[in-house]
Design a protein around this ligand. Structure first.
Ligand code: FES
Length: 150
């Protein structure tokens, strides 16, 4: 981390876990995945600046909504990890986040449309059913069962 913090501004991984309700192992994973970052003490213990609490809170909300971590990472792309984000950084992230949510909403609406049609149909045709075989992905691989390993 580039920015220097006084000791009172930094949180241990245990404090982060307690304050966010996120397991220590998940915090380690988020860090490995690049969603959060920490500095190290002389004894090689993680210390998180307080602004990481906001990131973890947003990741938790995203998880509750079923949004993949990769999408969250995309939304956070312009929010600095190594210094306290400015209001404008979060505004930019918010706009990106809105686009990600919009894309997901459209995907869910499309799926809902296809599912509703298929429930009423029930043919499960590999040729006609876009839910079972989207864009006829299996059409080029020949006839017969394609998904059952022999
Ligand atoms: S089940 Fe018939 S089109 Fe999907």
């Amino acid at each position: 981390m580039e920015e220097s913090h006084g000791p009172e501004e930094l949180l241990s991984v245990g404090e982060m876990s307690r304050r966010t309700g996120v397991a220590v192992s998940a915090l380690h994973y988020y860090e490995e995945f690049g969603l959060i970052a920490s500095g190290r003490t002389a004894g090689n213990q993680r210390r998180y600046p307080r602004h990481m609490l906001r990131r973890v809170a947003l990741v938790s909300v995203a998880k509750r909504l079923g949004i993949p971590l990769q999408d969250v990472k995309e939304a956070f792309a312009d929010v600095p990890l190594s210094s306290t984000p400015r209001h404008e950084d979060w505004q930019r992230a918010s706009r990106r986040w809105k686009k990600v949510l919009e894309r997901r909403r459209r995907g869910i609406e499309q799926l809902e449309k296809e599912l509703t049609g298929c429930i009423g149909c029930g043919c499960l045709s590999m040729k006609a059913c876009s839910l079972l075989n989207p864009d006829d992905e299996l059409g080029d691989s020949g006839t017969g069962a394609r998904r059952i390993p022999v």
